[in-house]
Ligand binder design. Sequence first.
Ligand code: PEP
Ligand code: MN
Length: 401
Amino acid sequence: MLGVPVRFPGEAPNLPPAAQQPDWPDRAALHAATAELASLPGLVAAAESDALRDRLARVARGEAVLLQSGDCAESLDGATPERVGGKFGLLGRMAAVLTEGSGLPVVQLGRIAGQYAKPRSSPLETLDGVTLPVYRGDLVNGCDFTARDRTPDPSRLIRAYGAASATLGMLRELTARHGTELWTSHEALVLEYERGLTRTTPAGTYDLSAHLVWIGERTRALDGAHIDFAAGIRNPVAVKLGPTTTPDEALALVDRLDPERRPGRLTFITRMGAEAVRDVLPDLVAKVTADGAEVVWVCDPMHGNTFTAPSGHKTRHYDTVIDEVRGFFEVHRALGTHPGGIHAELTAEDVTECLGGSCAISPDEVPDRYESTCDPRLNACQALDLAHELAARYVRHLDGA
Ligand code: PEP
Ligand code: MN
């Protein structure tokens, strides 16, 4: 059989509950789309996922650094040579800065070729007395505030496959031409898409939609469907850990997702917020380390530091982002563990979504070029600032400072 049977909420007893799933109105169209996904070739090869796990094992052992970044939400029409080339170029420039500073190889992992679905705080949105389903990412519906756009449309699962495939094709050409490695990742959120691209091979069961998938902060319940899904695939997987995570929860996630304790299998992406990172992170790292598990620890300094600008746009300040990065390094240096790297939302486009940085974006400028359909991203200037800041953290360590 190709694929794993698609399970729908309420169709079978004893299935773990799935949070954050779209309410697809056309079930027949959904079944047709998932059946089509199951008939298509995987987007990546299982052996490539294994190779990424090997690279991540080096990060877990402190021999390499992980740079994971890209859009908050990719758009289905973003699979153009200009856009993909821009993302590839920026990641490469950041990696070069980081390698130079850290003296360590950098594992480049894009939030790319599949980052099309978003968890939301509310299923509905009301504007001027009209209530519609919330935008859940291009995988599910459109962003415009019209009933037509906002109705979850299963044909988007197939369009997303096409956009991811086109993006991967361009990335394969670019990496071959430049002699580099780059891996793909996204949040495994919409389970119809992930299960539709999961294949059981002689080597085991893999989600062939990306090399690595992660489970988000809102869907990481231990008894939920997303962790259940991640436990069943052999890809390297990651989990976001927010400030309410307890050390016991972190250890339970290790037991569930990495029972064999294979370095590189599990990455924890911590997104505590600059205010909490120094208080909350030490106990998590200490508990997991005492257990002997070799996980990769990565800092997401974006998602705990979002606030609303005077213009009403969601934004983040570069200085706060850097403060969380510094806290992350302080905690790991104090415990003698490896600060494995960074997970960031950024773009090569010249946007004005985040404040500060050496380009000094001010609150007045935020509306000027705000193109993200979800969270604010660092622009190229701020992204390179971040790479230099990270490089400096690693250099100081090498110097013994
Ligand atoms: C994201 O990475 O875009 C996201 C929604 O993150 P989190 O799950 O950490 O909130
Ligand atoms: Mn985001």
